[in-house]
Design a protein around this ligand. Structure first.
Ligand code: GTP
Ligand code: MG
Length: 181
């Protein structure tokens, strides 16, 4: 294996990051989840793009984990910013906290593609897209957005497919050299 792709899931507590990962792996919604699951590896042959893929969970609750922000130090190929579609506060934190945090800590010349993931779509009637689209338009590093539900397994495999695709076939310019030679 020459290389593997590393997907990070980050956000404040309780939006369902761990549930999403466990729903993908077990194909059923877990009633009880730990704060965080250890890094898991999906073998190449079961991924749509045939690339071995590591999925890394971040817990907004687990103390040492929350404090150390290790995810800024370990190279990620793509970061999924997970919010909850039923929580306005969580949508606000996408732009007030997480995007600035990532931007400040990543090299301007090698932007990590971001995916906005609205989880818990089973709890709402209306989509959050109206709020999300202007955010996408303001931040070119956001590759795509997806609404999903760990509970009824909606768009879970799609989410991880989009994450792979964002790395392998990015649509936006992720590498923007300041000057041309
Ligand atoms: P931290 O590890 O604390 O940062 O939280 P987390 O983002 O990993 O959230 P977690 O997976 O622990 O889920 C938080 C709560 O939301 C749990 O009670 C889950 O059962 C619930 N939950 C997760 N996904 C969904 C979903 O798609 N729909 C609904 N209705 N509830 C969900
Ligand atoms: Mg968790």
């Amino acid at each position: 294996q020459l290389w593997a792709l590393r997907i990070f899931l980050i956000f404040h507590p309780k939006v369902g990051k761990t549930s999403l990962i466990m729903s993908l792996v077990s194909e059923e919604f877990p009633d009880v989840v730990p704060y965080r699951v250890e890094e898991i590896t999906i073998p190449a042959d079961v991924t749509p793009e045939k690339v071995p893929t590591h999925i890394v969970d971040y817990s907004g609750t687990e103390q040492p984990h929350r404090e150390c922000r290790w995810f800024l130090l370990v190279p990620a190929n793509v970061i999924c910013i997970v919010y909850a579609v039923n929580s306005k506060t969580s949508i606000e934190k996408v732009t007030s906290h997480w995007i600035p945090l990532i931007t400040e800590n990543t090299d301007k010349d090698s932007r990590v593609p971001l995916i906005l993931v609205g989880n818990k779509s089973d709890l709402v009637e209306h989509s959050s897209m109206e709020t999300i689209l202007p955010i996408m338009n303001q931040h070119s590093e956001i590759e795509t957005c997806v609404e999903c539900s760990a509970r009824n397994l909606k768009n879970i495999s799609e989410l991880f497919y989009y994450a792979q695709k964002a790395v392998l076939h990015p649509t936006g310019p992720l590498y923007c050299p300041e000057k041309k030679d």
